[in-house]
Design a binder for this molecule. Structure first.
Ligand SMILES: [Zn+2]
Ligand SMILES: [Zn+2]
Length: 136
């Protein structure tokens, strides 16, 4: 069984990823806040080629904090936010950290868009902080 696996709340969509993530991060941009209804989105990103999906997330396309389009995938049956595809890094696909079967595997290396973080938001002291996106 793959170490990195997960799915939506109802189980209609499942994924497994071979190897280790490319990057793990918390994004505090306004778009992630709205999409998650929370302070930030915790994402684990994998090479698309390493990911096997069962079921089809429905994608909602928006302009992300970077100014580039991003597609947010959610389960059409239970509505769980699940995945993200970013024009800025087209070879990667991200999954919400809490969708992992073992969420304890998540260890963020960076916090992005800290400029739009709220006073009630909390961050680890060990992460790299960027006021903007991955490139900024
Ligand atoms: Zn579901
Ligand atoms: Zn974001």
């Amino acid at each position: 069984m793959a170490r990195w696996s997960g799915g939506c709340a109802c189980g209609a969509i499942r994924y497994t990823c071979e190897g280790e993530p490319s990057v793990m991060l918390n994004c505090h941009c306004r778009d992630c806040q709205r999409a998650t209804g929370s302070a930030y989105a915790a994402f684990v990103l994998f090479a698309k080629a390493a990911v096997a999906l069962k079921g089809e997330p429905r994608y909602h396309k928006v302009v992300g904090g970077s100014g580039k389009p991003i597609e947010r995938g959610f389960c059409p049956d239970c509505g769980s936010p699940l995945s993200v595809k970013l024009d800025a890094v087209p070879n990667l696909i991200g999954f919400h950290a809490a969708s992992l079967d073992d969420p304890a595997l998540f260890k963020p290396a960076m916090d992005l868009f800290t400029a739009s973080a709220h006073p009630w938001d909390l961050m680890h002291d060990y992460t790299v902080k960027k006021a903007g996106g991955l490139a900024g």
